[in-house]
Write a protein that binds this ligand. Structure first.
Ligand SMILES: [Zn+2]
Length: 168
């Protein structure tokens, strides 16, 4: 993290105000350069724990925040879900995974369940898309089963306002 003064390049600055943004996992610090007196703001990302994901096959791999973001973004494509919302979702899932594991290992089923639950609240279409990929749907009946589980409340006109073509 570069704390250099953007005006004189000095590394000597002091913090005048610190604002943690817990939802985004970042901390904004207002600084004053001790060399030239310029004021600037730095944004620091809060370091999160490195988690391991146990796949269904039993194989372990490092939790990949970018991969999670990409799969959620893909599910939300052409939907009314902004990058900021996706980032918040990724952070909240990351935090919940950290909270629910004692040994820094989670299962891919846990990850999938958390993403599914969050997406169902955010956008049911994105939910169906995500689940169909995550659970490797191969039949129309797979979709019928999952659609049957979605509460009717989620099936309102506001949520499903996109043209039909966006689904294909
Ligand atoms: Zn300076």
């Amino acid at each position: 993290m570069d704390m250099r003064c953007p005006y004189c390049n000095s590394t000597d600055s002091r913090v005048t105000d610190s604002r943690p943004d817990t939802e985004d996992a970042i901390i904004r610090r207002r600084r004053v350069c001790n060399q030239c007196g310029a004021k600037f703001t730095t944004v620091e990302r809060v370091q999160m724990r490195d988690l391991m994901v146990r796949k269904n096959s039993g194989k372990l791999e490092a939790f990949d925040r970018e991969k999670l973001r990409r799969s959620i973004k893909l599910a939300c494509r052409n939907r009314d879900v902004g990058d900021e919302q996706i980032e918040k979702l990724v952070t909240s899932i990351h935090r919940r995974l950290e909270t629910e594991t004692a040994d820094d290992t989670v299962t891919s089923a846990m990850v999938g369940q958390m993403v599914s639950d969050s997406l169902l609240n955010l956008d049911p279409i994105a939910f169906v898309r995500f689940v169909s990929v995550y659970r490797k749907f191969s039949r129309i009946s797979d979709f019928k089963k999952i659609l049957a589980q979605i509460p009717e409340d989620n099936d309102d006109a506001n949520v499903c306002k996109l043209p039909k073509t966006s689904l294909f």
